[in-house]
Write a protein that binds this ligand. Structure first.
Ligand code: COA
Length: 390
């Protein structure tokens, strides 16, 4: 019996800013963004969208397909929390009408949280083979306007159903991990925007991948050529090439060529390149992008996955794509969403960025924007009120 990802679904906002627009406004050559960091567009949530509505919208297709039965664990990983006490998973649990006989929690460790959730869920379903777990990763990446982090903003959510009869990917038992107390990226509770020492963070990311990889390799006996494709946490997509290069070097392989990058990485970068960073969801958005775009049939192929959360926690693990996986993907839904987004002007971007949810405890309704199937309807007495938008 092998646990793993039974279904996977992705959601992001219906609004985006082209980084050419940002580059022009900030007086920067847009190729710094398009080529230098590998980002073209960033998704921005309108005022009536938040991590709860995005997570529920990501999960909705899964619930429509398989129903709610036996979902006994809901984990929502985020670093964009909306409440210091109540778990965001409980709002999603309510919106989706999930069974009351259920554990629902929120997890945090920067962008790594969803991996902790996935590994916990896999171990848990192996002990409870009839039960299923819903793992949600939902985030809004925000940095100060005009800061180096600004072009690496974005938002998105991924929902994964975990079971002992996974139709998408079984998870290998071997993994390598690395924890270290560093200050590369953080967000004190009184700030809405993250603080990041971007270059230091990139260095830590690239050194911890080797620590995690070495343990993965010792435990599994595998090398890089045993992995048909690799998916990485993507604060910006260019980092995947740097990470893959490091892994190749650690395995004593020649430096990867453009053709290697094209084969091993490119399909996993397509969504992230046009949504920006989605923190906890980013690695799984990349996996979804790979599964949705791969021209080759990945059935029975092993995929390497690297999860990184600043602070920091790193993990290298792998999984095997299941035969017939293609018929269980939500590719059309994902492409319809991303191909029909509304482009923002620079002024609209700054207006949305500067919008702050009311904090006075009054009764506020939110103006309707284009959202997924759920929206934040208003805030009353400091309570968020959600509704179905269609
Ligand atoms: N054409 C092509 N490439 C260009 C260019 C141009 N006109 N101008 C610059 N570049 C390249 C640079 O050479 C550099 O590439 P390299 O890293 O391979 O050397 C890249 O673009 C970025 O330029 P740089 O000057 O380093 O950018 P920056 O100081 O603005 O910072 C980040 C870039 C990624 C560090 C910054 O956006 C950041 O901090 N982002 C947040 C990252 C994050 O969230 N980390 C934490 C979680 S993992």
């Amino acid at each position: 019996m092998k646990a793993g990802i039974d279904l996977i679904s992705f959601y992001s906002s219906n609004y985006f800013l082209d980084l050419k627009t940002l580059a022009e406004a900030r007086g920067v050559d847009f190729n710094k963004f398009y080529i230098g960091i590998g980002q073209e567009k960033m998704a921005l949530p309108p005022p009536d969208e938040d991590i709860v509505t995005m997570a529920a919208s990501a999960a909705q297709p899964i619930i429509e397909k398989v129903g709610r039965e036996n979902i006994e664990l809901v984990v929502l990983a985020t670093e964009s929390c909306i409440d210091q006490s109540k778990a965001a998973s409980l709002f999603v649990h309510g919106l989706l009408g999930l069974p009351k006989r259920c554990r629902a929690i929120e997890l945090k460790e920067a962008c790594y949280g969803a991996t902790a959730g996935l590994q916990l869920a896999a171990a848990w379903v192996e002990k409870n083979p009839e039960a299923k777990a819903l793992i949600l990763a939902s985030d809004i990446a925000r940095y100060d306007l005009g800061s180096p982090g600004e072009p690496t903003q974005g938002c998105g959510a991924v929902a994964m159903l975990v079971s002992t009869k996974p139709r998408i990917m079984t998870l290998d038992p071997e993994c390598g991990y690395h924890a270290e107390d560093v200050m590369d990226f953080w967000r004190p509770t009184y700030r809405g925007e993250a603080l990041v020492d971007g270059k230091y963070s990139t260095r830590v990311y690239l050194s911890t991948i080797i620590e995690a990889w070495n343990q993965y390799r010792e435990r599994s006996g595998r090398t890089l050529s045993d992995l048909a494709r690799c998916c990485f946490h993507l604060p910006f997509t260019k980092i995947a090439e740097k990470a893959y290069e490091r892994l190749a070097k650690a395995c004593g392989l020649p430096s990867p060529t453009d053709a290697d990058f094209e084969l091993r990485l490119r399909e996993s970068l397509r969504y992230n390149r046009i949504t920006g960073n989605s923190y906890t969801a980013s690695l799984y958005e990349g996996l979804n992008s790979l599964l949705d775009h791969s021209t080759a049939d990945l059935s029975s192929q092993r995929i390497g996955l690297f999860s990184y959360g600043s602070g920091c926690m790193a993990e290298f693990f792998s999984g095997v794509v299941q035969p017939g996986y293609r018929q269980h993907l939500f590719t059309e839904k994902h492409l319809a969403l991303l191909n029909n987004r509304t482009e923002l002007t620079f002024q609209q971007y700054e207006d949305i960025f500067n919008y702050g949810v009311p904090e006075d405890g009054g009764n506020h309704s939110m103006a309707p924007y284009r959202t997924g199937p759920y929206r934040l309807a208003g805030i009353k007495d400091h309570k968020r009120l959600y509704e179905k938008s269609r």
